[in-house]
Design a protein around this ligand. Structure first.
Ligand code: ATP
Length: 234
């Protein structure tokens, strides 16, 4: 469904992505793990053209989207729940969800909002509450629900577990599992390698802007190098 082919990205003289190749197949959960500063967010943001890649291709459903606008990409079935959540703090839950429909218009807004409230009952309880007053976990749920409001074909998630208590992280990953079981394709960028690899069909390990290892989630979970570097050697 989406494929990176030999992608390079530079920030001035610094090369943040080095000949990165990876693929995400339809209906699967793929994950990219790696330490702070490895280049994971850069890779996700490059899908929306910020930063632009300097060489290589990003193929999405047969088309090279690497030179397209963010609007084009968002209106062709790609939605991102960004790192740090970036919901609209002064808006209510409902208003935030409606913002998610921008790439596709309001035609299905009511129906889709009901679907989100079924998937995230917590958001239903708080539908009129201002987003800034919600807990970190609730804000994360809102960010994911908002991304789903654009009816994406491929859902991109940047570190949904960041800054959340372990019990909330568990809930978020359970929700991602539920979303995936509806047939949604998910590409998950995570530092929480343990949760991410357990969930994922396919995983990639990024080190200093390069893909160092690839395999099924299970293969990487038991790989000694991955265990030492990302799973605390347990
Ligand atoms: P984190 O989990 O901390 O967000 P990451 O794996 O997502 O890390 P990136 O944010 O993609 O990593 O950063 C990759 C490298 O590119 C880092 O060395 C970072 O300092 C550098 N970098 C990121 N954004 C910029 C920028 N706008 N200008 C210059 N360098 C940048």
């Amino acid at each position: 469904m989406m494929e990176f082919k030999d992608v390079d990205v530079y920030y001035g003289p610094i090369q943040a992505l080095k000949k990165v190749s990876l693929s995400v197949n339809e209906g699967e959960i793929a994950t990219l793990i790696g330490a702070n500063g490895a280049g994971k967010s850069t890779l996700l943001m490059s899908i929306f053209g910020q930063p632009r890649i300097s060489s290589g291709e990003i193929i999405y459903r047969g088309e090279d989207i690497s030179q397209k606008s963010a609007h084009y990409v968002a209106s062709h079935g790609l939605a991102q729940s960004p790192e740090g959540r970036r919901i609209f703090p002064g808006m209510s839950v409902e208003e935030n969800l409606l913002m998610g429909t921008i790439p596709i218009g309001m035609d299905h807004a009511e129906e889709d909002m009901q679907r989100m409230f079924e998937l995230f009952p917590r958001l239903l309880e708080r539908r009129n509450q201002r987003a800034s007053t919600m807990s970190g976990g609730e804000q994360q749920m809102l960010a994911i629900a908002r991304a789903l409001m654009s009816r994406p074909k491929l859902l991109l998630l940047d570190e949904p577990s960041l800054g959340l208590a372990p019990i909330i992280v568990k809930q978020i990953f359970q929700i991602l599992k539920d979303v995936a079981s509806t047939g949604m394709t998910i590409f998950l960028v995570e530092q929480n390698a343990n949760h991410a690899l357990k969930l994922a069909d396919r995983g990639y390990v990024m080190v200093n802007g390069e893909i160092r290892m690839a395999g099924t989630g299970q293969e990487l979970l038991v790989n000694p190098e991955v265990r030492d570097a990302y799973l605390g050697g347990h």
